[in-house]
Design a protein around this ligand. Sequence first.
Ligand code: HEC
Length: 166
Amino acid sequence: MNRIKLFLTFVMIIFFAVLQAGCGGDSNNSDSAKNKNNNSGLPDWEFENGFGPIKKKLYLVPLDKTMASEGEKIFESKCASCHKLDERYVGPAQRNVLQRVTPEFFMNMVINPEENLEKHPHAKEMLATYLQKMTNQNINLTDARKLLEYFRLLNEELKNDSTTNK
Ligand code: HEC
């Protein structure tokens, strides 16, 4: 009887050890720089979120559709000359931008493209592809936040589509 107990305890220990090893690794960092490892030499914050006035994680509440529709208008007037939603233009297609970058990176890039193009690996990589520099559109914090709300809305729609299609 005792031997069986001992054996069962042993089996339990092995079981939990394996469980730990399996789940421990990919920890809580699922949104870190959209799942890329930071070997850029930049501090982790800048690597994930870019350079600019946004220096801490945004507190994102449920979508505000009024802000999103104001963001859409700003996109039409200040960004659509270079970006389309679904196809490459002067710059990359933007509908799924929040699947590439964090909300904080989005705002920093929109407000402060020059510095990000100079220092950030994602921006530099894109510049190497698009061979044209995104220009500063004098977007203030409020307008950048409205643009972000527009892209959060588009991103929600994308997610909903992919769940209903499955
Ligand atoms: C003069 C053309 C131009 C304008 C205007 C422009 N962009 Fe860009 N944008 C680019 C290019 C080109 C890139 C790729 C990086 C590079 O080459 O500078 C880019 C990159 C980006 C990125 C980087 C992240 C990614 O993965 O796509 C974001 C975000 C972005 N643009 C948003 C905007 C928004 C929002 C506006 C309007 C406020 C805007 N852009 C206006 C040309 C432009």
